[in-house]
Design a binder for this molecule. Structure first.
Ligand SMILES: NC(=O)c1ccc[n+]([C@@H]2O[C@H](COP(=O)([O-])OP(=O)(O)OC[C@H]3O[C@@H](n4cnc5c(N)ncnc54)[C@H](O)[C@@H]3O)[C@@H](O)[C@H]2O)c1
Length: 329
């Protein structure tokens, strides 16, 4: 049984608290958030303790591990402080808003000895994981093209967008990691950003984008992102090889289809958002973290994965700004 503290009681902190509370090998020990109400309400829902000062988490002998769901600029400071206190870490993406912050902490990050995993939950989605396993088993021959579609049902609040680091660091970062999960090293990034939503444009961000990534293998991935989708949280991918194609489709609450005089094969909208769509993935991500911590093995996602995803996000930001492809050394 791993005793876990959640740092940050916002959107993702709530997902993790719920996942921990329902996991047979985990116990939610503590929830920390400087907003007292947020911490106390979330902790109270699951019978855990709460605090406002993150130092209390690191000093607590009853806490074995932390899940970092605080705002992105705090990820590296919280990760390093937790590691110093001997706590295993599951940290949310992205690792930082700027590669300069990673570079400044590089020596300290390299010296971390506790298990550290990053929250690339989509690797644990049963459909995406099965598609990737089929590629690894050679079921479609050499992978030639990968298409990843990720559209949110609605844009987050503008206040969040302003501090998010932009669509590529905040949203596409998951897809960059998925592309690396399937294709390995990426050598070229070409991104086109779109301003379809004036509120988001005024906040200084793109609200939609199309990115192509060329892998070292010669395969190309296309990522299609949009902050809006009328039919729900649109999450699917297609992997194409010389000997076949894999399709990982959207998920709906039921498989019921309606046909009548107006419509045929009508289904419900896609599951609403990340809490519902990736509930299994968050649970399996937590299981993988617990297993690595308890067995003393290397967690399946690493600081290096988080850094590479951020590097791709920075390259995409540069490409969308200049209109030129960016080659990675
Ligand atoms: N993997 C995923 O599916 C996923 C989904 C959403 C967000 N995220 C990531 O999680 C992070 C948080 O995003 P969010 O949407 O939950 O944001 P949010 O704004 O909803 O929540 C952040 C919380 O952190 C709290 N906080 C601020 N300073 C703190 C401190 N010093 N110590 C502890 N808590 C502190 C805030 O009060 C707030 O409650 C971001 O890095 C985001 O990219 C990941």
């Amino acid at each position: 049984m791993l005793s876990i503290a959640v740092i940050g009681a916002g959107r993702i902190g709530q997902v993790h608290a719920r996942t921990i509370a329902s996991h047979p090998q985990a116990r939610l020990a503590l929830v920390c958030d400087p907003v007292q109400d947020a911490a106390a309400t979330l902790a109270g829902t699951y019978g855990a303790r709460s605090c406002q000062d993150v130092e209390e988490v690191f000093a607590d002998p009853q806490v074995d591990a932390v899940i970092i769901g605080s705002p992105t600029p705090l990820h590296i400071p919280h990760l390093l402080a937790a590691a110093k206190a001997g706590k295993a870490v599951l940290c949310e993406k992205p690792i930082a808003l700027d590669m300069k912050d990673v570079d400044a902490a590089r020596t300290e990050l390299d010296a971390v000895t506790v298990p550290v995993m990053f929250g690339f939950n989509r690797r644990f989605d049963p459909s995406f994981a099965a598609a990737r396993a089929a590629v690894q088993e050679g079921r479609i021959g050499a992978l030639e093209q990968l298409t990843i579609i990720s559209r949110d049902p609605a844009a987050p609040p503008v206040d969040y967008i302003k501090v998010s680091g932009g669509i590529f660091r905040d949203m596409t970062i998951h897809d960059f990691d998925t592309a690396r999960f399937f294709l390995g090293d990426i050598v070229e990034v070409h991104a086109v950003g779109q301003h379809l939503d004036q509120e988001v444009a005024q906040a200084g961000d793109f609200d939609a984008a199309v990115v192509t990534l060329r892998a070292a293998s010669g395969a190309v991935a296309t990522i299609i992102n949009n902050r809006h989708c009328a039919s729900g949280y649109d999450q699917r991918l297609e992997a194409s090889g010389r000997e076949g194609t894999l399709f990982a489709e959207n998920i709906r609450a039921t498989t019921v289809r309606l046909s009548n005089a107006e419509v045929t094969d009508a289904q419900e909208p896609y599951l609403d958002f990340f809490l519902e769509r990736y509930a299994d993935a968050y649970r399996l991500e937590l299981s993988a973290f617990i297993e690595a911590v308890e067995a003393g093995t290397t967690p399946p996602t690493s600081v290096a994965d988080a850094v590479e995803a951020l590097r791709l996000a920075e390259a995409a930001t540069e490409s969308a700004t200049t209109g030129q492809p960016v080659r990675l050394g």
